[in-house]
Design a protein around this ligand. Structure first.
Ligand SMILES: Cc1cc2nc3c(=O)[nH]c(=O)nc-3n(C[C@H](O)[C@H](O)[C@H](O)COP(=O)(O)OP(=O)(O)OC[C@H]3O[C@@H](n4cnc5c(N)ncnc54)[C@H](O)[C@@H]3O)c2cc1C
Length: 592
């Protein structure tokens, strides 16, 4: 059942309460409610995703930013960004960021997951063991449903079916609309095989090279955690309840044998406290999860004391380790005579594209951006790795991401602009999320820490140089007119200034409630994602990643949520069995 406000609930007690109906939350709620004995409530601050056109049409997703579907956060001025602030959108809608993100579907490298396993001491997080949660092998438990692209073109040679799931819930696909530079891009691996070898599938664990984009898209439409895991087929389950438009203030509970048992959920603007008989699962995302933890007195006691929040649990790692990937662009004036490259400025073309999408879910609106991505690794012998060390998780892991985009037009300028978005996907810089005030919904202080580590600047300079190599391939000879930004012969010092003054965020924040080994003296959750030093509270979302994956984070978030659901189910099955055994024993003794 879907409820629009808390007044519609007929009970305040559930087995599980999932806080945040974003990306991870719906997965957990869906999987737990597969057991009809579990009564599950999901609480989401935002409204439904249903009927929100901008959340359906892939190329319209940016239009959800800075609207009521967004938490509308802003970062603090970054010292590594020439003191610039950046908008930091977060989805405030059922499906969370999965309802308004750019739909890139990239798992990262196998090393990324193996590193999680190594540092937590839990092999369940390694690539071999996490992959079944993504693509196949377990009865009813997997994420991915690979689908043909919306134009149904022949996709042979564009992906590797062996590494995809075909029966999960989340649609994924290749681009469904050709772009004007596709054929030129496909020449690059032949012309520059050393720097840009062709990569058949960037989701096979070794993402190095240039390959076709994959997105969380099916039938030309966004597939989100809401559409995949909380569709009516699931919310019709009598034991699955979704409460919309409701903000959680804090998690509370009393101490049992000195350990906080955190089973109560306090709601904004309501006297009611909701109770989870088994567990609260916090899935409010990498910004709001640490905010709710700190509101609840879980965090660094010194920081909490300054805000006069009584400490319930001293966990200094809460809100620390914020890891995100910086992005900038390299722009060219390009030679384009293709009508499609005028889509940004031509209202007639836009109306035609929308009509086509509405008619049969095809056309230029079915894809969010680039049709290809190139992933590159800095050489182990490079000066930068020698000087700063290698922050990547291993040899299969890229440091840099380069996404060439089609030409576009700008109303105020003649001609067309093209180029590349480039990102450092293994950043060394770390930031933090802290509270601004005791107002539970005051905007948190988000410090991305971008470019506070020299490695990241140097890596981004390498990314710019690599993008220039890309466009020196002979295939671009008649296409590239001139490099617009940064200046073509810029020195490294000038490139550094360009990077600091133009870089934005990929909005890939993770790590603010990181998991660590059970005996580690840092971290927020243990490898089972239970909050250290508490009972009844688990965290399942992007904040638990100890290191960012060398790709975009939603694919691992889905995998984390699938595995977490399995962990919760098996743990509570065990508890159920223990209770049953105790009851059976009690019954047996009562017969004597
Ligand atoms: C604009 C944008 C584009 C992106 N593009 C991509 C991409 O192309 N590919 C990719 O892999 N990743 C992308 N990302 C990142 C990715 O979407 C996120 O890392 C991932 O979805 C995070 O999932 P989550 O479950 O941790 O959090 P979220 O999806 O943010 O879910 C948290 C949910 O909790 C709710 N919530 C928060 N606080 C409260 C409260 N107090 N009470 C009740 N509910 C609350 C929120 O409203 C939200 O629905 C993008 C992110 C953004 C913002």
């Amino acid at each position: 059942t879907v409820f629009q406000n808390i007044g519609q609930l007929s009970t305040t007690s559930f087995d599980f309460i999932v806080v945040g109906g974003g990306t991870a939350g719906p997965v957990v709620a869906n999987r737990l409610s597969e057991n009809p004995n579990f009564h599950v409530l999901v609480i989401e601050a935002g409204p439904t995703n249903e009927g929100v056109l901008n959340a359906m049409i892939p190329s319209f997703s940016v239009q959800l930013q800075q609207t009521t579907f967004d938490w509308n956060y802003t970062t603090v001025p970054g010292i590594g960004l020439n003191n610039r602030t950046l908008a930091y959108p977060r989805g405030r809608i059922l499906g969370g960021c999965s309802s308004h993100n750019a739909m890139f579907y990239t798992r990262g490298s196998m090393d990324d997951y193996d590193r999680w396993a190594n540092i937590t001491g839990d092999d369940g997080w390694n690539w071999k063991n996490i992959l079944p949660y993504i693509l196949k092998a377990r009865l009813f438990i997997y994420n991915e449903k690979w689908t043909p692209p919306s134009d149904e073109h022949n996709t042979t040679g564009e992906f590797n079916p062996v590494v995809h799931g075909f029966n999960g819930l989340m649609f994924t696909s290749l681009p469904g609309s050709p772009q004007t530079i596709d054929n030129m891009i496909l020449e690059v691996p032949d012309q520059l095989p050393d720097q840009f070898p062709f990569l058949l599938d960037m989701n096979a664990g070794k993402p190095l090279g240039l390959g076709w984009f994959q997105g969380t898209i099916g039938n030309g439409t966004r597939s989100s955690a809401a559409t995949a895991y909380l569709s009516t087929a699931f919310t019709n389950r009598p034991n699955l309840h979704v409460l919309l438009n409701t903000k959680v203030k804090r998690i509370s509970g009393s101490k049992i044998h000195g350990i906080p048992a955190l089973n109560n959920v306090e709601i904004d603007g309501s006297q009611l406290t909701l109770t989870a008989e088994k567990e609260v699962i916090l899935s409010a995302g990498p910004i709001n999860t640490p905010q709710i933890l700190m509101n609840s007195g879980i965090g660094d006691r010194n920081v909490l004391a300054k805000l006069q929040i009584p400490t319930v649990l001293h966990l200094p790692s809460v809100g620390q380790n914020l890891t995100d990937q910086p992005i900038t662009t390299v722009l060219y004036s390009v030679n384009s005579n293709k009508p499609l490259d005028n889509l940004d400025t031509n209202a007639t073309l836009q109306a035609q594209a929308l009509a086509q999408w509405e008619f049969n879910r095809t056309g230029p609106l079915v894809d969010p951006g680039p049709n290809f991505i190139a992933w590159s690794r800095l050489s182990s012998n490079s000066a930068i790795i020698k000087e700063f060390g290698d922050p990547s998780a291993g040899q299969n892991t890229p440091h840099l991401e380069l996404a060439p985009f089609s030409a576009f037009s700008i109303a105020s300028q003649p001609g067309h602009t093209g180029g590349m978005a480039i990102a450092v996907v293994t950043p060394k810089s770390r930031g933090s999320v802290t509270l601004n005030s005791t107002d539970p919904f005051g905007k948190p202080i988000i410090d991305l820490g971008f470019f506070t580590d020299e490695f990241d600047i140097r890596a981004m300079i390498e990314a710019i140089k690599l993008s220039q190599v890309f466009y020196q391939a002979p295939v671009w000879k008649d296409y590239i007119i001139s490099q617009v930004a940064p200046a073509v012969n810029a020195t490294d010092a000038e490139l550094e200034q360009y990077i600091r003054s133009t870089s934005a965020t990929t909005l890939h924040g993770v790590g603010t409630a990181a998991m660590s080994a059970p005996d580690a003296d840092y971290g927020v959750v243990n490898p089972n994602l239970l909050v250290k030093g508490a009972s009844g509270l688990r965290i399942v979302d992007a904040s638990i990643m100890p290191f960012i994956n060398s790709g975009h984070p939603q694919a691992p978030v889905y995998a984390i949520a699938e595995r977490a659901s399995d962990l919760i189910k098996s743990c509570n099955l065990h508890i159920d069995m223990t209770i049953i055994k105790i009851q059976a024993l009690a019954a047996a003794f009562s017969n004597f």
